[in-house]
Design a protein around this ligand. Sequence first.
Ligand SMILES: CC(C)(COP(=O)(O)OP(=O)(O)OC[C@H]1O[C@@H](n2cnc3c(N)ncnc32)[C@H](O)[C@@H]1OP(=O)(O)O)[C@@H](O)C(=O)NCCC(=O)NCCS
Length: 580
Amino acid sequence: MAIIIDETKNVLVQGITGREGQARTRLMKDFGTNVVAGCTPGKGGQEILGVPVFDTPAEAMAHCKESGVGAIDVSVLFVPARGVKDAAIEAIEAGVKFLVIVPDRVPVWDAMAIAECAEAHGARFVGPNTLGVLSPGRGVLGMIGGRAASAREWFKPGHVGVISRSGGMTSSCGYYLGQQGIGLSTLVHVGGDQVLGTRIPDAALMFEADPETKAIVIFGEIGGSQEEQLADLIREKKVTKPVIAYIGGAAAKEGTRFSHAGAIIEGGKGTHAGKVSALRDAGATVVEGFGDLPAAALRVLTEHGIPLVSREAQAAMAAQNPNAWSTGVTEIRPNHVGVRGHNIADLMGRVSYGQAVYLILRGELPSPEVGRLMDSIIVSSIDHGATPPSCLAARTVASTGASLSASVAAGIMSINRHHGGAIEDCARTLKLIMDRAAEQPDMAIDEAAQQVIDEFKSRGERLPGFGHRYHTADPRTSRLFELAREAGVDGPYMQATEAVLRRFAVAGKRIPLNVDGAVGAVLADLGFDPAVMNGLFMIARTAGLVAHVIEEQTCNRPMRKIDPVAHSYNGPTNRPPVSG
Ligand SMILES: CC(C)(COP(=O)(O)OP(=O)(O)OC[C@H]1O[C@@H](n2cnc3c(N)ncnc32)[C@H](O)[C@@H]1OP(=O)(O)O)[C@@H](O)C(=O)NCCC(=O)NCCS
């Protein structure tokens, strides 16, 4: 759905034989508007652009009903001002329930007479002096949007309704929202005259009732009380959808007319400051500059989880390019970076690196406590000296004169099953132990652990995540488990590592849980897919590799002999413990 015009509406054009009537009927039809009849007194019986022309709206209505087209829903008037009152009243009396009155200079008393007739017949109208109404992908009434091809390019179907008293600014709002990637339900130019059929608060109530519209953008201006009345509706919760507004005319002096007949400050009423504070106090977002409107709308839509364009628009965009593909990781649009739906500017300074890594890998932001645990996992694996294969590979490649990226990549490429990869393998092995215990009701976790240890031993393999080339008690593992418990994580994987350690102790072996095993157990208890786990090691170790490559490139001779073992440490030692 949309408001006022969509593909289901039968449209009459009054004044279809005139200059604008003909030109605009072509554009409306090009855009997809269902123009079913036209009328001009004395010119009935002909066809204009395949549309039958009648002398009166009553004849047009009768023909449409009899021929099976159905009742006329909307009439658009391209009749000069002096003929508007009669034309509008004829249409209303013929049973048309909605009019779009394009002409300007319609006398105020004529507009009042049309309003009285409309009210008596349960009809409504937009205008006079309106550029029209446009629902992207559905239909257009009046002059708004211009050529169909450009209107299609500028305005995508979506969930934002736009209202303004200015025709140019209605289109501009739609255009700039579109540039920000925001689609629209309907654009309504209510008109700039003092007596209007539909005012800003009326259009806002129509958008409130439209399920497709999820937010409302207003280009307001000084004078009158339409914006203040909208503020009242928001305060009374009659308009509950988010409203984003800009009010033009901040610099206008009292008594000066600002563009439209209704845009004049008199007796201190209708001021810029008054409208801004009324809307802000009611809870609307009001921007200072017109240029801020698209970004503010984007922020509000993101905060409310409102999709930027409709599903149909997304599908249509994809259909236009058969090679198009989608990603759910990060959304990039002009002036916007959205990581898993969160504006990156909002994340910056508010979430830790660990929280951001969790978010990008899992799609949801973790609690600060889990973020702290993620941080500690990353810190625990940041480096392990010069002798691990990844560091030796990176330093060896760097010593040939290779670039930083090639050298670091060489280090990353050496991360595999037996180096760094034990995280994933350990998580899978612990799962095997847990499954074994779960399958046999009588089997305790220690017994299942022993079975798996024996199976590995019989194949001549080491249990991944246990034992270390250097450490008999890895300083990182106990600290990691301590932090995990502080974050409320102490699941079956962590407990399974303890079962293995108990079995080793029974056999008289002092084999420690190494950092890979501890990280694997904690990540598994956090619900990570094992396939992602070695990626975390790469994320962490990249920082260490960069440091080693830079040191190799800046402190050593090219092509030196790099002994894989004999080396010493020449950096600072025994720094005071970090508190906090
Ligand atoms: C309404 C308007 C567009 C008409 O301009 P136009 O097309 O150049 O005028 P024309 O004289 O060529 O056509 C008007 C037609 O309406 C017809 N007409 C007059 N009274 C009519 C009636 N009661 N019912 C139906 N048609 C009627 C005329 O006969 C004429 O058709 P014809 O030329 O075949 O005789 C113009 O008067 C106007 O108001 N322009 C400003 C619009 C605008 O800027 N709006 C605000 C935007 S922000």
